[in-house]
Design a protein around this ligand. Structure first.
Ligand code: GAL
Length: 679
């Protein structure tokens, strides 16, 4: 991995720009000229070019044209606007698909796609790889040394899986390597005696088609791992050219928040920095925007944690609305600013939009854009974006700083996949995301920022670690957690901890498996899944009563495990629901049932005290994040509520206004304060 980039790119400023498609407007020089003028007016300093420009570069096989690109990059650069250049592999040309039908993806139903749409090529296809590599060589010839080029944006929103014969064969080869060419090792790992699904040759293994093998959990999990591996292997084709030809230009690609398809911890290893596209559903009836905000903050942390220690880029968000929600509501005034500042608060060094200018045709013609079809800069949306860009201009000093987190939250794609594919519990939606977001939110309410990390990462440096529904655990993890707690760490785990091992086989000897039951001093003997209309409650030591929904584990305790709450109802009334065990210099908490925020708060408050972290609550609706570099701290207070809130600010300079602050201040509804401390 290339560690040369302290900041994301060579630009010493928060990146402000978005997806820009001048290739769709080449017959309108007046519009191209207007774009530059308007970008300047909007305070834009970067443009993402070429995301889907393959046919604009190569209209027919081997007939390349990069003149328009070079001209546009020159014009942008002359106006002080740098380019993030995408590789155009996210959509394939018609001529290429016609000549090479095998590049079209085979979907999970076994049918090969017709040509059309995007994000649907076969990752294994040698033809596709070769054609992309050839194009990238020529792209590097044309603009690889352009002074305006500050980053490569690899493809676009990589995703999905191909089930073609070539991918199936590569899957089998991958399995042979993983299982030492021993089919019985596979049978054991996957428990294939179940329903008589024993394999006697690797050749019998197919991808899990939706009308094929869906009942072997280990196969499902390995297919997902393979799919990530294969996409990463495909990316290597692009990376090989770009690293060789432009070794000083950093590489990124845009992730998709809580996307289930790939293990982003694996893909991130290929990149210099991570980026993502955030499209939260602000203003959805029945959902409080404070909840939407904290869920987005969690997602920022999830993506940031894919590349710990380094800022990320918000590659895309909409300045106003999208076109693909069921109801495409406008962002209300103030929301875009708050969301943009939140991204920076959470570690982004750039806020970019999809899209700069609305196209005239195609399905995204009515998607929000900084410049709409009217082409006017006195538009509300254009003004909102310009105002936020002015704010971001005042935050240049945050670039390169990193989130100062007080706690870690463990999130593992393998565990998520194994849990989501498991038949049982709540079959359709196990609610892992809700569980993780609630614990994240509970800590943030105390002003504790949270780093979301994979179990393999270095979470031991945090005084508190939370483990929401960490269903699958790998060898060695329990020992690490045990050593962490003994030496003073505080662990808070929830129900469904350590049910299965790395190939989805259930741990024997009681849950949580692998020594975790000794650490927490609990054994989950059974788990009760509640119907939506069912409710239980937790009765706490002081007599308080908080609701329980979804899951109740029936716990057996070790002698030295303290009970914090017991079940109020059902045949397990009076048995333990929430526990704490003092271990060495630390403590291990176990939440055996799905509590509400008040119940979680009772556990977190005590755990925070154990960990020496602040246990005082911030006012309702105030989100807090902190970034730090060697000399300064940047405290972000975001008011996600629709009412003004009073908040106590640390002493320093409020960076958006330049005012000295310290002490209590009022933040307007959707307002924010950024306090710079130290220097
Ligand atoms: C993203 C995608 C963009 C655009 C946008 C619309 O997922 O990367 O190309 O389609 O959605 O919201």
């Amino acid at each position: 991995m290339n560690d040369r980039y302290q900041t994301l790119t060579s630009l010493p400023a928060v990146l402000r720009g978005g997806d820009y498609n001048p290739d769709q407007w080449l017959d309108r020089p007046d519009i191209l000229e207007q774009d530059i003028r308007l970008m300047h007016e909007a305070g834009v300093n970067t443009a993402t070019l070429g995301v889907f420009s393959w046919t604009a570069y190569e209209r027919a096989d081997g007939e390349y044209d990069f003149a328009w690109l070079k001209e546009r990059m020159d014009a942008l650069y002359a106006a002080g606007i740098c380019t993030e250049l995408a590789t155009p592999s996210g959509a394939k040309p018609n001529w290429l698909a016609k000549a090479n039908p095998e590049i079209r993806r085979v979907q999970v139903d076994g049918r090969r796609d017709k040509q059309g749409r995007r994000h649907n090529h076969c990752y294994s296809s040698p033809v596709y790889r070769r054609k992309v590599a050839q194009l990238l060589e020529r792209l590097c010839d044309a603009v690889g040394d352009h002074p305006g080029l500050i980053a490569w944006h690899l493809s676009n929103e990589l995703g999905g899986a191909c089930h073609c014969p070539l991918c199936a064969e590569r899957f089998r080869t991958w399995l042979r390597r993983r299982y030492h060419n021993d089919i019985d090792e596979v049978n054991k790992a996957w428990w294939t005696g179940f329903w008589s699904h024993i394999y006697t040759d690797f050749d019998q293994i197919d991808p899990p088609f939706d009308n094929g093998e869906q009942s072997v959990n280990g196969l499902l999990l390995d297919w997902r791992r393979f799919t990530t591996w294969n996409a990463a292997d495909y990316l290597d084709t692009e990376i090989e050219v770009l690293r060789r030809r432009t070794p000083n230009i950093p590489l990124t690609t845009n992730f998709m928040s809580y996307y289930p398809g790939f293990d982003y911890h694996v893909l991130a290893q290929k990149l210099d920095f991570v980026s993502w596209d955030a499209y939260p559903q602000w203003g959805e009836p029945g959902h409080d925007d404070t909840d939407v905000a904290i869920r987005t903050a969690f997602e920022h942390a999830l993506i940031r944690g894919c590349k710990p220690g380094r800022p990320f880029l918000l590659m895309e968000c909409t300045p106003s609305l999208v076109n693909w929600h069921a109801y495409n509501k406008l962002k209300r005034p103030g929301v875009n600013r708050l969301a943009g500042l939140q991204a920076v608060a959470c570690g982004a060094d750039g806020v970019q939009y999809f899209q700069w200018r609305a196209g005239r045709g195609g399905v995204e013609q009515f998607h929000g854009a900084v410049v709409g079809h009217d082409g006017r800069s006195d538009h509300r949306v254009f003004r909102d974006v310009t105002a936020l860009n002015e704010d971001l201009g005042r935050l240049a000093g945050v670039c390169g700083s990193y989130t100062q987190a007080g706690a870690a939250l463990l999130f593992d794609w393998d565990s998520r996949w194994a849990l989501e594919d498991a038949w049982g519990f709540q079959k359709q939606d196990k609610k892992l995301r809700e569980c993780a977001v609630r614990l994240y939110a509970g800590l943030n309410r105390h002003g504790v920022d949270v780093e979301v990390l994979g179990p393999e990462a270095g979470w031991e440096t945090y005084p508190l670690v939370v483990l929401p529904m960490l269903y699958l655990t790998k060898p060695g993890f329990a020992q690490r957690l045990d050593a962490y707690v003994r030496s003073g760490g505080v662990a808070v785990a929830t129900y469904m901890l350590g049910y299965v091992g790395p190939t989805t086989l259930a741990h024997l000897g009681g849950f949580p498996g692998e020594g975790l039951k000794d650490l927490f001093g609990v054994t989950a003997r059974e788990i009760d899944t509640l119907y939506p209309q069912d409710q239980n409650a937790a009765i706490w030591g002081d007599g308080a009563n908080t609701p329980i929904v979804d899951y109740c584990e029936l716990l057996e305790l070790a002698d030295d495990t303290e009970v914090l709450a017991r079940y109020a109802d059902d045949f397990y009334e009076g048995t333990p629901a929430v526990t704490r065990r003092a271990v060495g210099r630390g403590a291990a908490y176990y939440i055996g049932a799905r509590l509400d925020a008040v119940g979680d708060e009772r556990v977190l408050c005590r755990a925070l005290r154990d960990a020496g972290l602040p246990d005082e609550l911030l006012p309702d609706g105030i989100e807090y994040h902190c970034r730090r570099n060697g000399t300064e701290r940047w405290h972000f207070y975001l008011n996600t509520a629709e009412k003004p809130r009073r908040v106590r600010l640390p002493a320093g300079v409020e960076a958006l206004t330049g005012r000295p602050v310290g002490g209590e201040e009022e933040l307007s509804a959707l307002g924010a304060a950024v306090v710079r401390e130290g220097r």
